[in-house]
Ligand binder design. Structure first.
Ligand code: UDP
Ligand code: MG
Length: 167
């Protein structure tokens, strides 16, 4: 069954110039990329994305990490991979959360590390199940940024929305 997975190349992955490498590894899955963009992560987005970990002692540092404050790279690359068993396929390639226990050939095993504070700096985020993927994708993307119809949506007339335009 086709499903979607949110992938984030975290600020350490960008700083270490791993984007091409990670995308090449993920291409082994033969999944389709249906959305991609660079994102400057706000406090609200970071906190909401990691809300399941808000009671952990490392939460404040985790928020700084995903915002890029630990790497002087205030951006992440966000992508949606789509296809059969997308979540399991991408998580298998990413490897375990802890880069020290992740298989050494996995993305996290190859490029992750544990900071002296104990935080896992592990290069990539992958949604862990379908409901988390749906929650995360709706947080990071709006419907018109995705080239397939993933979830129910509707057209609205947005009035007085402040946004940037080309001169
Ligand atoms: N994390 C950490 N220490 C932990 C658990 C998680 O530093 O003991 C960080 C790590 O960067 C991880 C992120 O918090 O990727 C989100 O944790 P989660 O349990 O959702 O793991 P994931 O789904 O990323 O494998
Ligand atoms: Mg997770």
């Amino acid at each position: 069954m086709s499903q979607a997975a949110l992938i984030l190349i975290k600020p350490d992955g960008l700083k270490k110039s791993l984007t091409g490498n990670i995308l090449t590894r993920l291409s082994e899955t033969k999944l389709e990329i249906v959305a991609a963009k660079m994102v400057r992560v706000s406090d609200e987005l970071a906190i909401e994305h990691y809300c399941h970990l808000k009671d952990k002692v490392f939460f404040p540092e985790l928020v700084k990490y995903i915002k890029g404050e630990l790497h002087d790279r205030r951006k992440v690359m966000a992508l949606i991979y789509w296809g059969t068993d997308a979540i399991q396929k991408c998580r298998d390639l990413a490897g375990a959360t802890n880069p020290e226990t992740a298989e050494s050939t996995s993305i996290r095993g190859s490029y992750g590390r544990i900071l002296t504070s104990g935080l896992y700096e592990n290069v990539i985020h992958v949604s862990s199940n379908e409901s988390e993927a749906q929650r995360e994708i709706k947080l990071w993307f709006c419907p018109e940024e995705i080239i397939v119809d993933l979830y129910a949506n509707h057209e609205i007339i947005a009035k007085e929305v402040k946004k940037m335009a080309w001169l």
